[in-house]
Design a protein around this ligand. Structure first.
Ligand code: GAP
Length: 442
C-alpha cells in the first residue's frame, strides 16, 4: 500500500467544501475574499482545538481566563503602538497597477511585482492594518473605534482587575480566546491568512529578571502541546526573529512554524514583551499598573511572556496533518484509494458513527436508541443511507475514529460491530459495553 500525504491545498479546500468542514463566506453571492465559514464538521473540530488549548492553559493554578470585548477605547491602540506602527508597506506596480506588500515578493533584495514581474513600483506607503469603524450614529473622527487586531490588549488593560480579584501572585497568566481583525493586504492560502480570525493568547506576568527563564519554559510547553493534540512533530519547528524582524513590543520572539503544503509558516508566536505594554498603559491611562511584590517588598511593572496562536491557522495545520490517501492495487488490477482524515480521536469532529445495516424499522429503532444514549457523552453522527462500505469510506474521509454497525443479529444478541478507522479492524462487543470501550479508546 502507498500512502500519500497532502500535496496541494486545493485538495483540502475541495474536501472541506464537499464534506462540510469549511465554506466560502457569502458563497451564494459570489463569496467574500478571505472570509470563511465553518460548517458542521469544521465547527466541531475548531471547538475541540479551543477546548484543548483552554484546558491546557487554565486547568493549572497559575492561569485564569477572561473574555474581553472586541471594541475598546481608541487610547488603547495609541498606547500599545498599533495606531502608529501596526502597518505594512504597500506599493503599486506602475505597469499592471497591481497593489501588494513591498516584502511579498523580493528577488535579489528588490521588490518585484508578483503579477507581471516588473520592478517599476511606486514608493512604499505605510498602510495601517486596523479596521476602523464608528461608535454611534455619526461618522466623525472623535467616534472612531477599531476592531481589535490582537486579543492581547484586552488582557493588559485588565491586568489590575484580574490580579486583584483572582488574588494572584507573580508569576501568573491570563488566557483568552477571541476574534481579531486585520485588514491584510494579501490574505490567502485558504484560512491561513484572513482578515477576520480567532486567536488564543496567554500573557504570563513575571518578575523582571525571571523573563528569560520563563520564555524558555513556555517555548517547551507550547511545542509539547502541539504533540499532545496529534500534530506530527516532523512538521513543526521553531524559527527565531532576528533583531530586524522583531515586533515593536518584543524583546525576543520565536515562531512555531508548521510545514504547510505551501511551505514552512508561522502558526504561533512566543514573545518576550518586556514591560512594554503595561508601562505604556500606565503612562497613557495615568493609572498605576505596578505590582507590589510582598516577598521582595518592592514595586515594579511585571514583564510579560506571551504565547499567541491562531485558532484558524492551527485548525488548518491539523487538517493538513490529518489528510492521507491510501493507494492499493486490487486483485482485478484497479487502484483503490481510501481518503482518511487521521485526526487524533480527541480532535475528531465526530467520535462515533452509528450505522444501521438497513433502514428496516426494528433495526432503526435499536440504532436510534444507541445513538441517543451515546450522544449524552460524545459527538455522534448517524447514517443509514447507502451501502455499508460507502458509509465507512465517508466516515474515514471526515475522520470519525469509530463506526458502530447495528445489524440483524444485534436484535437477538444485543451486540454490535465496532470498526476502527485507521486499522479498519472490527470487533463485536455487547451494546452496553460500547460507551466504556469508546471512553477507553479516546
Ligand atoms: N499578540 C501577539 C500577536 O498577535 P501575531 O504573531 O501577530 O502576534 C499571533 O499573531 C498568531 O495569530 C499568529 O501566529 C497566527 O497564528 C495568528 N494570525 C495573525 N494574523 C493572522 C491572519 N491574518 N489570519 C489568520 N491568523 C492570523
Amino acid at each position: 500500500m502507498k500512502i500519500k500525504k497532502l500535496e496541494d491545498l486545493q485538495t483540502l479546500v475541495s474536501l472541506s467544501k464537499r464534506r462540510g468542514f469549511i465554506f466560502q463566506s457569502s458563497e451564494i453571492y459570489g463569496g467574500l475574499n478571505s472570509c470563511w465559514d465553518y460548517g458542521p464538521l469544521g465547527v466541531n473540530l475548531k471547538l475541540n482545538v479551543k477546548k484543548a488549548w483552554w484546558n491546557a492553559m487554565t486547568r493549572r493554578n497559575d492561569i485564569v481566563g477572561i473574555d474581553a470585548s472586541i471594541l475598546m477605547r481608541p487610547e488603547v491602540w495609541r498606547a500599545s503602538g498599533h495606531e502608529e506602527t501596526f502597518t505594512d508597506p504597500l506599493v503599486d506596480c506602475k505597469k499592471c497597477k497591481n497593489r501588494f506588500r513591498e516584502d511579498e515578493n523580493v528577488i535579489d533584495g528588490k521588490a518585484v511585482c508578483p503579477k507581471c514581474e516588473s520592478t517599476d513600483l511606486t514608493e512604499a506607503r505605510n498602510f495601517n492594518l486596523m479596521f476602523k469603524t464608528f461608535m454611534g450614529p455619526i461618522e466623525q473622527d472623535s467616534d472612531t473605534v477599531y476592531l481589535r487586531p490582537e486579543t492581547a490588549q484586552g488582557i493588559f488593560v485588565n491586568f489590575e482587575n484580574v490580579q486583584t480579584t483572582a488574588r494572584k501572585k507573580l508569576p501568573f497568566g491570563i488566557a483568552q480566546i477571541g476574534k481579531s481583525f486585520r485588514n491584510e493586504i494579501t490574505p490567502g492560502n485558504f484560512t491561513f491568512r484572513t482578515r477576520e480570525f480567532e486567536q488564543m493568547e496567554m500573557q504570563y506576568f513575571v518578575k523582571p529578571g525571571d523573563d528569560d527563564k520563563s520564555f524558555e519554559e513556555w517555548k517547551q510547553i507550547r511545542m509539547d502541546f502541539f504533540g499532545k493534540i496529534g500534530v506530527n512533530k516532523d512538521n513543526l519547528k521553531f524559527s527565531e526573529h532576528g533583531p530586524n524582524a522583531l515586533a515593536h513590543y518584543a524583546k525576543a520572539a520565536f515562531d512555531v512554524e508548521y510545514k504547510f503544503p505551501f511551505g514552512w509558516q508561522e502558526i504561533e508566536g512566543i514573545h518576550n514583551r518586556s514591560d512594554f505594554d503595561l508601562s505604556q498603559h500606565q503612562k497613557h491611562s495615568g493609572k498605576s499598573l505596578e505590582y507590589f511584590d510582598e516577598v521582595a517588598k518592592e514595586k515594579y511593572i511585571p514583564f510579560v511572556i506571551e504565547t499567541a496562536v491562531g485558532c484558524d491557522r492551527l485548525t488548518l495545520a491539523i487538517l493538513c496533518d490529518a489528510y492521507r490517501e491510501e493507494h492499493k492495487t486490487l486483485d482485478n488490477g484497479k487502484e483503490d484509494v481510501r481518503i482518511v482524515m487521521g485526526f487524533k480521536p480527541s480532535m475528531a469532529p465526530y467520535k462515533v458513527a452509528i450505522l444501521p445495516l438497513s433502514k428496516k424499522p426494528h433495526l432503526k429503532e435499536v440504532a436510534v436508541k444507541l445513538r441517543d444514549d451515546l450522544s449524552q457523552h460524545f459527538d455522534i453522527t448517524y447514517d443509514e443511507a447507502g451501502s455499508i462500505g460507502k458509509r465507512y469510506r465517508r466516515q474515514d474521509e471526515i475522520g470519525t475514529p469509530f463506526c458502530v454497525t447495528v445489524d440483524f443479529e444485534s436484535i437477538d444478541d444485543n451486540a454490535v460491530t465496532i470498526r476502527e478507522r485507521d486499522t479498519m479492524g472490527q470487533i463485536r462487543i455487547p451494546m452496553d459495553k460500547v460507551k466504556s470501550h469508546i471512553f477507553e479508546a479516546l
